[in-house]
Design a protein. Structure first.
Length: 308
């Protein structure tokens, strides 16, 4: 079945158009990303801002044209943390439906975690084997850790820490103050106490922009290359080194790195800090990066291969 999966997140909107087989195979036709910052201000005001409505529609209209051109059989669009938090979420959903013709379903934290797990492990799980995986998804508004065996998730934890949320609360200057960094670390550590220890042999996989950007930095890629990023292993000391390197830089200096998208420059440090503190909390030395994630899980669910 030809599926379009739209992941409407706090920081990014992603589109996957793919032919998904009954065996779980995914033949990608389009894989698009835009940093839309739809969750701006939601943490403070609990409302999607009026200007955000129009910004979301402009991006989604572009995606809708690609979907129509590809003659997609099923379109599934899902909203994540910023819509869970926003008191005017239904107004936003109605606005998008009326202007674009796409109906947005708001995922619970557990649904988001489970679908992200399914998408990420689809790249690494070996048929017939029960490998142990844990998938870490650092988003703009929330962070999810999902643990499972092979393609099946067994435990899901969703935390209200994300790169946009942490930046807006604590890292307000460029570069951030030492006080801001300390308070951010303490806030993240407080939330991470909810995590459980991973069983020996569990493979930790990381998805979303913080992880893929760090992989591109570590590999020094002149241009983003999904084939090289997916499967790349980041060690904790490498993550820490990049955090130390970037924490004293201004946003403009961070933008000078070709591997960092300009629109991600102001939140990448917070994302790296969440990753570093999570690796310390879980006592893991390395994490495998995946370019897949929620949009792939949505696509697999659309053809009945993932249950929620």
């Amino acid at each position: 079945m030809r599926v379009a999966a739209v992941d409407i997140g706090t920081n990014t909107i992603l589109l996957l158009i793919a032919d998904v087989g009954n065996d779980g195979s995914v033949r990608v036709m389009r894989d698009e990303q835009v940093i839309a910052r739809l969750g701006k201000g939601v943490d403070e005001r609990r409302m999607v801002l009026p200007e955000t409505f129009e910004r979301a529609v402009s991006f989604l209209k572009t995606y809708k044209a690609l979907i129509d051109e590809a003659r997609v059989e099923r379109v599934v669009a899902c909203g994540t943390s910023f819509l869970r938090d926003a008191e005017n979420r239904q107004e936003f959903i109605d606005f998008v439906r009326d202007r674009v013709g796409i109906t947005v379903r708001v995922l619970s934290g557990e649904e988001e975690a489970m679908l992200t797990y399914a998408g990420a492990v689809s790249e690494f799980a070996t048929a017939g084997l029960h490998e142990q995986f844990a998938v870490l998804d650092i988003g703009g508004g929330s962070t999810e850790l999902t643990i499972g065996s092979g393609p099946h998730a067994t435990q899901r934890i969703s935390l209200d820490i994300g790169s946009v949320r942490i930046t807006e609360r604590f890292l307000k200057t460029s570069p951030p103050s030492s006080t801001g960094l300390h308070e951010a670390s303490e806030f993240i550590q407080k939330h991470l106490r909810a995590l459980v220890d991973l069983s020996p042999g569990t493979r930790l996989i990381g998805v979303a922009g913080t992880l893929t950007t760090l992989a591109a930095l570590d590999l020094q890629l002149p241009q983003y290359d999904r084939a090289k990023v997916s499967g790349h292993v980041l060690r904790q000391n490498v993550v820490e080194a990049w955090f130390e390197r970037l924490k004293s830089k201004t946003i403009e200096e961070i933008k000078s790195y070709p591997q960092i998208l300009p629109a991600r420059a102001d939140v990448i440090l917070a994302g790296i800090l969440i990753l570093l503190e999570t690796m310390k909390q879980l006592r893991v030395e390395e994490i495998t990066v995946s370019d897949r994630g929620l949009r792939y899980g949505i696509a697999l669910q659309a053809v009945g291969l993932v249950k929620t």
